[in-house]
Ligand binder design. Structure first.
Ligand code: PEP
Ligand code: MN
Length: 354
């Protein structure tokens, strides 16, 4: 069942060809979309990949939307992009995560949009800094933009096992506290990075009372020129929308707890992985110490590391007693591992006369 109030934006990650964008728009026709999305200028992490169709893409997106009755929306990252889409008659644009991370970029965009009636969507910055997001929104309000909508697309993480971008749900919830009337949409595609998990994240967003969804949709995700792993087909989008559940407050309270527990379990998984990596490094040090006849336990080294650990914990409001205890345990395990290496490599405990 689709909640009438939910704003749904759907469309491909990128405009690739006139036919591609037209086919996707045709497959979505009949859906009550708030906007049809497609990136025309693509921010790529490294050079050499497809960087978007550029100016021609503006025309292709505009024509596909006009044919199927959609309002187009695309990412703008410079005043030249703003000029191009305004000239083509677009009434909506979005500011991408990388631009929100840079106040100069947001200011340039706010200046270019000033005095227009454009609806501006602003994604969260790539780094988990809610103040940058708030600052971006303030710059837009100051430029006189009346229609502003935030989009939560998750925050960069080096560990992409579970999520491509960590949801850190407390940050968009913090944004809502700063701007109680601001609408916030969720982009489950960029949060999960995996097509099969898009419905699950979309449901979490609905449970957390987000105002809508921005979903990447492609008729042939496997052949998409960008973000092929996370795009879903038009029929998968339709299934997702009819499958969304709108829960009661009591159910939601339980769900919220479940959401928080799910976040905890992601963090627990990261903790274990970090400990595993740490033990690996500790083992390598053990081999080195053994080969070079260096004592396993070095008091000054241990005291320095402990001090650093406890200080860092203090800066994050973690109790020094807890930090000390935890670090001592980790350190003890390292020493035991290194001792095992020592006794194995030197064959202690076995009969050396054999
Ligand atoms: C996109 O929506 O395709 C995109 C590049 O998003 P983000 O800025 O969230 O990475
Ligand atoms: Mn994308």
């Amino acid at each position: 069942m689709l909640d009438k109030h939910l704003k749904i934006i759907a469309g491909p990650c990128s405009v690739e060809t006139p036919d591609q964008v037209r086919h996707i728009a045709r497959e979505l026709s009949g859906l009550d979309l708030y906007a049809f999305r497609a990136g025309i200028w693509k921010p790529r992490t490294q050079p050499g990949a497809f960087e978007g169709a550029g100016l021609e893409g503006v025309k292709w997106l505009k024509e596909a939307c006009a044919e199927f009755g959609f309002s187009p929306i695309t990412e703008v990252a410079s005043s030249a992009h703003v000029e191009a889409v305004l000239k083509a008659g677009f009434s909506k644009v979005w500011i991408g995560a990388r631009s929100t991370s840079n106040p100069f970029s947001v200011q340039e965009l706010a200046d270019a949009l000033q005095g227009t009636a454009t609806t501006v969507l602003i994604k969260n910055p790539t780094n988990p800094d809610v103040k940058l997001w708030i600052g971006g929104i303030e710059r837009l309000y100051k430029a006189g933009i009346k229609e502003i909508i935030a989009v939560h697309r998750g925050f960069s993480t080096y560990d992409k096992q579970r999520y491509r971008n960590l949801p850190n749900w407390q940050l968009p919830i913090g944004l809502r506290q700063a701007f109680p009337k601001l609408e916030i949409l969720c982009d489950p595609s960029h949060i999960t990075g995996k097509a099969e998990n898009v419905p699950m994240v979309a449901q979490m967003a609905v449970d957390l009372k987000f105002d809508g969804l921005m979903v990447e949709v492609h008729t042939h995700p496997e052949n998409a020129w960008t973000d092929s792993l996370q795009q879903i087909t038009p029929s998968a989008l339709k299934n997702l929308l009819v499958g969304l559940k709108y829960r009661s407050r009591a159910e939601l309270d339980k769900e919220e707890l479940r959401g928080l527990r799910a976040e905890l379990s992601v963090l627990d998984e990261q903790l274990i992985r970090i400990l595993f990596k740490r033990m690996g490094i500790s083992e390598a040090i053990g081999h080195y110490k053994n080969e070079n006849h260096i004592a396993i336990f070095q008091t000054s080294q241990w005291e320095d590391s402990l001090k650093k650990f406890v200080n860092m914990a203090g800066e994050m409001d973690i109790s020094p007693e807890f930090a000390k205890e935890l670090f001592t345990l980790i350190h003890q395990e390292s020493i035991e591992t290194q001792s095992r290496i020592l006794s194995k490599e030197n064959d202690y405990g076995s009969d050396s006369t054999k």
